[in-house]
Design a protein around this ligand. Structure first.
Ligand code: KG4
Ligand code: ZN
Length: 384
């Protein structure tokens, strides 16, 4: 058995079970996997099966999902391929940045090829290439950004640098393009927890954010402590279904003050409770912890919607896949007369369709990004 603290080199690792390695489409990748320029004049007229509009190839490699998608005009998803690296990182209990970067290098070419094939565009006939340029892990981001620039250069189409947080905001527009604004978005992921007032496209006001742990981080840390494995959010979601959400009264930090969040005390409260009560049922702990997180998130989001006259409440980010959060968001919207926008679970967690959608909005608003745009690990959401 290898030492779990020392990541092994990836060289001989098998690809994750769900990795897709298609045949290389002609005109895109050579037999050795290298990029082959599309010969001119090789671009046929648009296939009739593909709707008109701007076809954006989105690329996402900010953390541990290697993803590519083709989306037309920010809402018509032609393909969305996500290859999760969960199996590679699970034995370390979290994402190992170096392993993530190397896996992106191996997986990105086949994932992009698969997305193009599924979209019926394996000749590389896209109108722009968008990639997440931050926030995220620097090595991981660089893989996607470099690949996107190379493809944009080879195909002679614009490159668009996309903010990962803005991409999460745009996930909802993929399924409901005519969302009425202003909108309160509860953006809850592994690295961020924020309430954003979306006043218009690209016009965001940050109403509140976490002062310590992100909601997803709290899920992951508590799951790890309870021995539920990685990633923790889906594990707690599952186990909590068997538990009583009112079994333990965990604290709701700064519930009645403003729109900021704090989850590190809750994590400590879980640890202390389990230490004092070793016989406690894990499903009850998971359900009570989840209830405390969801309670705070929903209470603040609906207050934000009320105080800022929002028409709707939108969930975004990986934690937005949580069953209890989705149920409580729907109930809150019903009670408060708000329009609920809940992207499907696969669009809440990291994917490239949301990157393509945000890329389309940015391209049409700001134009192409310069090819010297770098990857920025600490990139912030551009707020008013
Ligand atoms: O947005 P995302 O895929 O990646 C980041 O940008 O961080 O979010 C990942 C986070 C992880 O912390 C994961 O545990 C959490 O989302 N998550 C969930 C669920 N599915 C994913 N948390 C609670 N319940 C879920 N069903
Ligand atoms: Zn994310």
């Amino acid at each position: 058995m290898s030492d779990p603290d020392v990541p092994e080199p990836l060289g001989d690792e098998p690809l994750p079970a769900d990795a897709v390695v298609p045949d290389s489409p002609a005109g895109l990748f050579g037999a050795d996997g290298s990029l082959v320029p599309t010969p001119e004049p090789a671009r046929p007229a648009s296939p009739t099966s593909v709707p008109d509009g701007q076809r954006i190839l989105g690329i996402e490699t900010s953390c541990d999902e290697t993803a590519a998608a083709v989306v037309i005009d920010a809402h018509h998803v032609l393909s969305s391929v996500v290859s999760s690296q969960v199996d590679l990182h699970a034995r370390f209990g979290g994402v190992v940045p170096e392993i993530a970067s190397r896996a992106h290098v191996e997986l990105l070419t086949p994932v992009v090829a698969q997305a193009l094939i599924e979209a019926g565009l394996d000749d590389g006939h896209v109108d722009a290439v968008a990639a997440t340029c931050g926030p995220g892990l620097i090595g991981a981001l660089l893989v996607g950004v470099s690949a996107a620039k190379a493809l944009a250069l080879v195909w002679d189409v614009p490159f668009v640098a996309v903010n990962h947080l803005e991409a999460h905001l745009y996930a909802a527009f993929l399924e409901e393009p005519d969302i009425e604004l202003p909108l309160v978005v509860l953006l809850v992921s592994g690295g961020h927890t924020m309430i954003v007032l979306m006043e218009g496209h690209g016009r965001y006001r940050l109403l509140g954010s976490t002062i310590d742990d992100a909601a997803g981080e709290a899920f992951d840390k508590v799951a790890r402590y309870l021995g539920l494995g990685y990633p923790g959010g889906p594990a707690i979601d599952r186990v909590a279904m068997e538990g009583d959400p009112h079994a333990i009264a965990f604290p709701r930090a700064i519930l009645d003050e403003g729109f900021d969040f704090s989850f590190s005390g809750l994590k400590t409260a879980v640890v202390n409770h389990v230490r004092k009560n070793p016989e406690v049922a894990t499903p009850d702990v998971a359900a009570s912890f989840q209830e405390a997180v969801v309670d705070v998130l929903i209470t603040k989001a609906r207050r934000a919607a009320r105080e800022h006259g929002a028409k709707g409440l939108c969930l975004a980010g990986g934690v937005a896949a949580n069953s209890q959060l989705r149920e409580r968001a729907l109930d809150a919207c019903m009670e408060d007369g708000l329009h609920p926008f809940l992207p499907s679970r696969s669009m809440c967690t990291d994917n490239a369709a949301m990157v393509a959608a945000a890329g389309w909005w940015r391209l049409n608003r700001d134009g192409p990004s310069p090819l010297d745009t770098g990857a920025t690990p600490g990139l912030k959401l551009p707020v008013l």
